[in-house]
Design a protein around this ligand. Structure first.
Ligand SMILES: C[S@@+](CC[C@H](N)C(=O)[O-])C[C@H]1O[C@@H](n2cnc3c(N)ncnc32)[C@H](O)[C@@H]1O
Length: 748
């Protein structure tokens, strides 16, 4: 939703065609031996030359577009390691998944990172091949990058013909790879360095773990602490090794494992200060704020002098308060989102009066549990994962090519896959909730775990992202302000964001062009508010794709990507309308555009054309909104307001809102001051609605002043629905603005 999809643009489509052709050509050599035509020395030399070239000319082009490619899906290994048989490089075949086999390898070069982490590896025979590890770029960087001589196991290896014609082992599923410490029994003697002795004590391994920890190499530290725990440690060493391992787990975002370690310690030493503190941290990171606070309470009682814990207790309590009250300091969040890169906000998720239920015809959906008013907060959700692209920064953009789905997106989708793959692998407690999200017809493996480790199907995650991710701006308020500046390219950019994320609760919301809710963003928080009054048990819907612009092109929204057709009244009406009616409307719209652009506005003619346009609609706008009428009526209201023709401004302002489906208490229109300006039914919420209410406000100021403040309240409410909050309304709109719609062009 709102991602930058370029699947139908020939310039990009050709990349997908090339990939498909390469895949087809590769099938011709399927089953052939995967022996490289190059000697070991040649492969090593070629790898080193490439690394040197990269060092010399790092990519500095600010608009450089890198491409990554999601190959045809294949399942991850679900077989227990004990049942896999070792295979050597010489027996590998091209374009083949070697099921029930594993490779034992060692890196013979440092790594090179492009869209994958790459290194030349050898097996025990000394045969070599290129290894490409996908979804590990961040993980295998810095202190954790793979050193030359790292031993690893690749389960059910897949050998492919790479873009340059060479052969390589491609690992897409991170659960198919194990990094083996050099002291592990699997490592052949030949590959062990002399300094490593198997006979060392638990204290030795604990100290070694501490050494790695100090270097920031948490993976190696964890391996050493495990070895310490397996080497009959004394009770003291056991507790220390486990506490230290818990800290290493925390540092490497493995919160499930950290929690397991500290729980173990707390079983024997119920009030261990460090164990309690680390437990609060693991629970916090797993967003289990209530349990984190409960543990903090024990810690605070026993160790009141622990200032750091007291500070963290306050933080966890703040999250818990947000989670239960839905009260947020939105202005502060906006400032934080602008300052942080990436804009990940430390806030709790509030799930308001909504619940997931089965719908009659379109899977699960999100429903209200009680009556809500337009503008009410339905939920405010922290992203499960969020990949950020700074639209003003030099960061490269990525093209993600998905051959199974014929999809090409520009943005951060590839990065989002990696983030989620890593998050789930490290925290398998989150796996069931994530894989429950809609994934269309994709069939994954049944198992979630093998050998006590999670199984992560990268392609399942890719599909969930394809069907559930949202493109998002840094701030919806900024998008709103840009759209008011009226530039068409900005408008387009507003619907195609390069940052994206997954928000689990929002993923259960189905599409309707006649949406009754709107989403907005502050950094990685999504805010969803009702855009009209809703009775209990109403299905909440929002736009996957906005129908506003599409109707000008005479077509219904394109939801092919999600494999359904919208059956809302708008789409049904568009499908059943005579094409001649649609082209008449387009002709009138073009005429109106010309009339508005002329140096002297011909009000009479514009009114006449608007009336003809209104006459092309058969059904009432409350049943089928008249999307094409909204903009011209609003422009005319603005023009009348500029000419101080207040009654006319009210008439056409009202028409503009009514064309979106708003229903008013007609008794008080255009301007009876002593009855309230009541909205009987809210219509579709577009950015222009805020300004329309402000035009009405200024006209009523002259005609019926008591209605002016009511119109302004409606403007404020509409703004809140569009951008998520109204704390910034007064710095964005003002009755003192020099624009009739009240928008402050200088707003920051
Ligand atoms: C993000 S999911 C929404 C939740 C989904 N219904 C579920 O059961 O998890 C998107 C999928 O929901 C279904 N869907 C959403 N809106 C729909 C609509 N208006 N009509 C039919 N199916 C719809 C489609 O299958 C679509 O691919």
């Amino acid at each position: 939703m709102d991602t930058h999809d370029v699947s139908n643009i020939p310039e990009y489509f050709q990349y997908l065609e090339i990939q498909k052709k390469n895949l087809k050509n590769a099938q011709a050599v399927k089953g052939h031996p995967a022996r490289s035509q190059k000697s070991k020395d040649e492969l090593l030399m070629q790898f080193m030359v490439r690394q040197m070239m990269k060092l010399k000319s790092p990519t500095s082009n600010p608009m450089n577009i890198r491409s990554s490619f999601l190959p045809p899906a294949y399942p991850p290994c679900v077989t227990s390691f004990g049942k896999l048989k070792k295979i050597k490089i010489k027996s590998l075949c091209l374009e083949t998944h070697h099921r029930d086999r594993y490779l034992l390898l060692r890196t013979v070069t440092e790594t090179e990172t492009m869209t994958a982490v790459m290194a030349i590896v050898e097996d025990e025979d000394g045969s070599v091949l290129m290894l490409q590890l996908y979804n590990q770029v961040q993980e295998l960087s810095g202190a954790q990058s793979l050193k030359k001589g790292t031993v690893l196991v690749v389960k059910e290896p897949y050998v492919k013909v790479m873009a340059d014609g060479d052969y390589g082992i491609r690992v897409d599923h991170i659960s198919d790879i194990w990094f083996i410490p050099e002291f592990d029994d699997l490592v052949p003697l030949l590959w062990r360095s002399r300094v490593v002795q198997d006979e060392q004590s638990a204290s030795f391994w604990k100290a070694k773990g501490n050494e790695y920890f100090g270097q920031g190499d948490h993976r190696s530290a964890i391996q050493c602490y495990l070895k310490s725990l397996e080497t009959h440690p004394s009770p003291d060493v056991l507790v220390m090794a486990q506490l230290n391992r818990a800290l290493s787990f925390l540092k490497s975002y493995r919160f499930d494992a950290a929690l397991r370690d500290v729980e173990h310690i707390l079983q024997v030493s119920e009030l261990s200060e460090k164990a309690l503190f680390r437990k609060t941290q693991a629970l916090y990171q797993l967003r289990r704020f209530k349990e984190s606070c409960e543990t903090h309470a024990i810690l605070a009682e026993k160790y009141p002098e622990n200032n750091m814990a007291a500070h963290e207790y306050a933080r966890a309590s703040a999250r818990l308060a947000e989670q239960s009250s839905g009260e947020y300091e939105f202005r502060k969040m906006i400032l934080e989102a602008k300052k942080r890169q990436p804009p990940r906000l430390d806030r709790g998720t509030y799930i308001g009066p909504v619940t997931v239920k089965q719908t009659e015809s379109h899977g699960r959906g999100l429903f209200t549990t009680q009556a809500v008013k337009a503008g009410d907060l339905l939920f405010c959700e922290k992203a499960f994962a969020h990949a950020f692209h700074d639209e003003n920064g030099p960061q490269d953009l990525s093209l993600l090519l998905d051959v199974d789905m014929d999809k090409i997106t520009i943005g951060t989708q590839g990065e989002l896959i990696e983030l989620i793959v890593q998050k789930l692998y490290k925290n398998p407690s989150l796996l069931p909730g994530f894989v429950d999200l809609h994934h269309g017809t994709y069939k994954s493996v049944d198992a979630l775990e093998v050998d006590s480790s999670p199984i992560i199907d990268t392609f399942l995650i890719g599909r969930v992202i394809l069907l559930n991710s949202f493109g998002c701006p840094l701030l919806s308020r900024e998008s709103h302000m840009k759209s008011l500046k009226g530039d068409d390219t900005v408008k387009k950019a507003n619907e195609q964001f390069h940052s994206c994320g997954v928000w689990s609760t929002a993923s259960y919301i189905n599409h309707s062009c006649l949406s009754n809710a709107r989403r907005s963003f502050i950094g990685d928080m999504m805010i969803v508010r009702a855009s009209r009054d809703l009775s209990p048990n109403t299905e909440i819907t929002f736009w996957y794709q906005s129908p506003m612009d599409l109707y000008q092109k005479e077509c219904t929204v394109n939801l092919e990507h999600w494999a359904f057709k919208c059956e809302c009244a708008l789409c049904q009406d568009a499908r059943s309308s005579d094409r001649s009616v649609l082209s008449t409307r387009n002709r009138i719209i073009a005429e109106l555009r010309r009339l508005f652009e002329s140096s002297k506005i011909n009000f009479r003619k514009i009114e006449e054309r608007i009336s003809t346009l209104a006459g092309t609609y058969a059904r009432s706008p409350s049943e089928v909104p008249r999307l094409q009428l909204h903009a011209p009526a609003l422009s005319l209201a603005a023009a009348y307001a500029s000419s101080h023709k207040h009654e006319k401004a009210v008439e056409f302002g009202m028409m503009s809102l009514e064309s979106l489906g708003f229903v008013f208490n007609r008794a008080n229109t255009p301007h009876v001051s002593d009855s309230p300006l009541s909205v009987q039914k809210w219509g579709l919420m577009t950015e222009g609605v805020v300004g329309c209410w402000m035009i009405l406000r200024s006209a009523y100021q002259e005609l019926a002043p008591t209605l002016a403040s009511q119109a302004e309240e409606h403007a404020r409410l509409s703004y809140k629905i569009c951008v998520g909050e109204d704390e910034t309304f007064d710095q964005t709109y003002s009755r003192l603005s020099n624009r009739v719609d009240g928008f402050l062009t200088t707003a920051k």
